[in-house]
Design a protein around this ligand. Sequence first.
Ligand code: SF4
Length: 410
Amino acid sequence: MHPTLMERLAILSDAAKYDASCASSGTEKRDSSREGGLGSTEGAGICHAYAPDGRCISLLKILLTNFCVYDCAYCINRSSSNVQRARFTPEEVVWLTMEFYRRNYIEGLFLSSGIIRSSDHTMEQMVRIARELRTTHGFRGYIHLKTIPEASPALVEEAGLYADRLSINIELPTDAGIAELAPEKRPDGIRRAMAEVRLKIEEASEPTVRTKTRQRFAPAGQSTQMIVGADGANDATILSTSARLYGSFALRRVYYSAFSPIPDASARLPPTKPPLMREHRLYQADWLYRFYGFGIEEITSAQTDGMLDLDVDPKLAWALAHRERFPVDINVAEREMLLRVPGFGVKAVNAILAARRHRRIRLDDLAKLRVSLRKIRPFVIAEDWSPLRLTDRGDLRGLLMPEPVQLSLL
Ligand code: SF4
């Protein structure tokens, strides 16, 4: 019997949960209360849902279909997988989005798809959905479209006119990994599509005589996702690939998705999933690279096997391996060095720099910035504090572990 719309919704929203790349940060602000139409990307009154692993999925996150002609070994929707299949029509996706939006269940749509018939046929349907939402229904909520590998540049270009964000999954950190586990995908084609999207975004964002930007094209940029732990790539390889992608294609985000074992999995895949902490550490390392001035080799060089330390965060791991750079005098140190102090975020560093123009900073002042004094004490000198030999203590790592034995550092 043909599954009902609700049954298909259950199947196709469940099938989409493996995709991590659905954050809506960074898009332009639009609000129907000011501009007409329907919806807003500004988020007030939006209901959020959480995936079983804790990720926020406040978008209607679905696949157009979980039928797929490709056979990527790590994917539950691969052609040889024995899962229940379903498919929406474009009209159904438009209707569902509008109805969920009107009920304030979602702030937008995240739409991906298996490949049906051909890449272009699938991409055409996805573009049609975004076009209908924007032009027929005046939908002003957030739209994230996954672009289909090997879809024609003209379709990707049209997608960018309607979507806030476009993304194409790089899937695995090395070309060899893709050849092994997703042989129908072509890494060169994926990178070419990313380059084309970058070019379009840059062209469209150039100002004209009358407007700040030339054209609206994927204002929230492009992102990608890498699966962690399906192949043998270590964290150093994963992060180096991310750095290349950020540099070459101006990606807003690389999302890391810990590989989940799937039913009837290929023997080429590991039998168990990697620890979720590995995914978390990769996000932290990615953050250090993008916002804290760390090089990838600095972050990963603390470990000999190229894997991030699961017990302590990457910034603390670096500081523990480079004690000669500490303690840092917070009343005179450069911004770049303050950013390397474990426990200091960008906000705290900016606040320190602003405050020290007027007075000398004490440890109490740091407490008011809500930084963890336990974490920073071994690494800083303040007006009323010097760590003396604490920085060099052999057991410092143990003292700073997330759940340490209760020892006072004072
Ligand atoms: S193309 Fe996408 S949906 Fe199809 S098998 Fe590969 S990863 Fe899965």
